[in-house]
Design a protein around this ligand. Structure first.
Ligand code: TRP
Length: 348
């Protein structure tokens, strides 16, 4: 009886699915935007958590550079483990090792129109940013559909991601809804996005650009050593009209204060510094040194854990293999329900 109740409770756990494209190491923008959130949700113990390294999605615009994806995959896995994603609590797995995802994508593609895909604002922005114009890889163009497969294969209720992923969740919801309507069964779950708190949504780059991004070369990586971190902080964009220490300085658009607002828990201290900076008499070097201390305190333990895991890469691959096997079983189950609903289960 007790066991029975326990089993019921376990089955009622909400399911979380999220992931990242392995195109490089993860940076502190990823940490603020979603990693932190994932660790928090994982540690509540209230969810079944799946975290996917989306190597197939990364290949949609890197088909000619598979080595980059292969190398980045292990870096991302190390970043996950370093920030506290715990393989005993979360299933970490690799997208390409789950064949059911590709098959689900095939069925879902028929439920989506080309014009709907063309309207996806995130894909639109990426197409511009990557200068694809008319030479968009077809796989890239349809990746929101494959992402819907990632999410629905696990019947995920919640998808913690950055704000830029909102259109993907919306498309996944539409696809799940269409599928259930057309095939007359409630097999797929409509997911909900879990987004960062307002203001913490997007960390700007060191240079003041609205986005921290590898291609803009304005990142602090989770794996940066103390020396690199310090150099980067000392090079940050502040207030270009704040030439002399005595001059009053601006806070708005000043990256040091933007970062302090996000990373420093001592809000009173930040308020004092802001006041002094605006009044004049507080130099950039001082505030940068202080920010460096704040960041170093946050990043040193992450860096240390990362170094520990990096000493034994084969055990990191073991974690990924084990996670992929577990994830595969779940996705296969959903696929068999999907096949049955469509009626392509001829031999069973
Ligand atoms: N598109 C996501 C990104 O660029 C990665 C991703 C792939 C993902 N599949 C997913 C995120 C499923 C959440 C759920 O970061």
């Amino acid at each position: 009886m007790g066991l029975f109740i326990l089993k019921g409770a376990i089955n009622m756990k909400k399911i979380i699915l999220t992931g990242d494209r392995p195109t490089g190491k993860l940076h502190i923008g990823h940490y603020i935007g979603s990693l932190q959130n994932r660790v928090r949700l994982q540690n509540t113990g209230d969810y079944d958590t799946f975290i996917m390294i989306a190597d197939q999605q990364a290949l949609t615009d890197n088909a000619r550079d598979p080595q980059k994806i292969r190398n980045s995959l292990i870096e991302v896995a190390l970043d996950y483990l370093a920030v506290g994603i715990d393989p005993a609590k979360s299933t970490i797995f690799i997208q390409s090792q789950i064949p059911a995802l590709a098959e689900l994508t095939t069925y879902y593609l028929n439920l989506v129109t080309v014009s709907r895909l063309e309207r996806n604002p995130t894909v639109k922005a990426e197409i511009q940013q990557k200068n694809f114009e008319r030479s968009i890889p077809a796989g890239f163009f349809v990746y929101p559909v494959s992402q819907a497969a990632d999410i629905t294969a696990f019947k995920a209720n919640l998808v913690p991601v950055g704000d830029d992923q909102e259109p993907m969740i919306e498309q996944a919801r539409e696809i799940a809804r269409s599928f259930n309507t057309i095939y007359g069964q409630k097999i797929l779950v409509e997911p909900e996005g879990v987004f960062p708190e307002k203001g913490a949504g997007r960390l700007p780059g060191l240079d003041g650009n609205a986005k921290m991004s590898k291609s803009l070369n304005n990142c602090i990586y989770l794996s940066d050593d103390a020396e690199t971190l310090k150099k980067k902080v000392m090079s940050m964009y502040t207030d270009p009209s704040h030439v002399h220490v005595e001059d009053p300085g601006k806070i708005e658009g000043n990256m040091v204060f933007t970062y302090l607002d996000i990373f420093d828990e001592d809000k009173q201290k930040v308020a004092q510094l802001k006041e002094a900076y605006q009044a004049g008499g507080l130099g950039d070097v001082k505030i940068k040194r202080y920010l460096n201390e704040v960041l170093e305190a946050k990043l040193a333990p992450i860096r240390k854990r990362r170094e520990e895991f990096a000493k034994d890469i084969s055990s990191v691959y073991d974690i990924l293999k084990d996670g992929s096997e577990r994830a595969n079983a779940v996705a296969e189950q959903t696929l068999s329900e999907v096949r049955a609903a469509i009626g392509v289960n001829y031999f069973s």
